[in-house]
Design a protein around this ligand. Structure first.
Ligand code: NAD
Length: 310
């Protein structure tokens, strides 16, 4: 059972690879939070594939035939791993499919923040040719990245890809990771989290969501950052205490933020970041170029095939 696919149109891709392995049912992507409804969809399934639909303990324990959970994503926090383990259910995520896409997206957000291209395009279409430096460059300052310092927290696959592009733009790259490695040392100088907060002009988050990383951007850490820092998050929303970031954006302590993820998705109407100054928010799409979705599909089919073969 594919829990959150596209029944009408898997886009430019197809579910054919899965159909060759066994009987396939595909449900539409919805914001399912009703455990009973999820259970009803998968209670007879041996294998379930999910992207964002949560599989908590109560759902897992109500599916006696379940042997395999494929997470169509890198981050697997939608699955209660401990509950799956207790039942001997194999859980497979797909760590590599979106590395280039997400790194590119983090930098795309940064470039938008530095150039306000969307704003200027809109102004031109509305008949305003705002090239007068007297005022528009104060409200929408252009920022040159060359020579500035990019601090990456979580210097794994995506973090390093982001660092590589930042370096190509002439930025100095510093990184914080629990497990520094040689590939990372070629791109960045490893530093402590504290030092990174003090030195970075741009901070990009790429570590997974763990108890040790939850809320790592908060009032206290923001106070240690440079005035006018830019914060990017394409990893997981709860890495940031959103009220604290919104306050810092509104006061100008943080110049801007580019967020592809928020603590509750889809975003709630009362999320303070929706009204915060200089905050770009996208709906968790960094992973989704056609090229990476094709890669995701191929790896998901291959993983399931391997599982079925034992
Ligand atoms: P990865 O495992 O290659 O890298 C994560 C890095 O974080 C590792 O090097 C790890 O050592 C480090 N880390 C772990 N705990 C840390 C800590 N406490 N402090 C600092 N570093 C720590 O993973 P990846 O492929 O680079 O993916 C990174 C994250 O990106 C994923 O966890 C996922 O949540 C997110 N992601 C988002 C999208 C999207 O569409 N926005 C798509 C794919 C992945």
């Amino acid at each position: 059972v594919i829990l959150d696919g596209y029944t009408e149109n898997p886009g430019d891709l197809s579910w054919e690879g899965f159909e060759k392995i066994g009987d396939l049912t595909v449900y539409d992507r919805t914001s399912l939070t009703d455990w009973q409804e999820i259970t009803d969809r998968i209670k007879d399934a041996q294998a379930v594939l999910t992207n964002k639909t949560p599989l908590p303990r109560e759902v897992i324990n109500s599916c006696p035939k379940l042997e395999y959970i494929g997470v169509l994503a890198t981050g697997y926090n939608v699955v209660d791993i401990q509950a799956a383990k207790e039942r001997g259910i194999v859980v497979c995520n797909i760590p590599t499919y979106g590395t280039a896409a997400v790194g590119q997206f983090a930098i795309a957000m940064l470039l938008e923040i530095c150039h306000h291209i969307g704003h200027h395009d809109q102004a031109v279409r509305e008949g305003r040719w705002e090239s007068n430096p007297d005022w528009c460059f104060w409200d929408y300052p252009l920022i040159e990245l060359s020579g500035k310092t990019m601090g990456v927290i979580g210097f794994g696959r995506i973090g390093q890809e982001t660092g590589r592009i930042a370096k190509a733009l002439g930025m100095r790259v510093i990184a914080n990771d629990e497990y520094p490695n040689d590939a990372g040392r070629e791109i960045a100088e490893y530093v402590s989290r504290e030092e990174l907060f003090c030195r970075a002009d741009v901070i990009s988050l790429h570590c997974p969501l763990f108890p040790s990383t939850e809320g790592l951007v908060n009032k206290e850490s923001i106070a240690k950052m440079k005035d006018g820092v830019i914060i990017l998050n394409t990893s997981r929303g709860p890495l940031i205490v959103e009220n604290d970031l919104a306050e810092a954006l509104n006061s100008g302590k943080v110049y801007a933020a580019g967020l592809d993820v928020v603590s509750v998705e889809p975003i709630r109407g009362d999320n303070p970041l929706l009204t915060a100054k200089n905050c770009i928010i996208t709906p968790h799409i960094a992973w989704a170029p056609r090229e990476s979705r094709q890669r995701l599909m191929n790896i998901a089919v291959e993983n399931l095939e391997q599982f079925v073969k034992g």
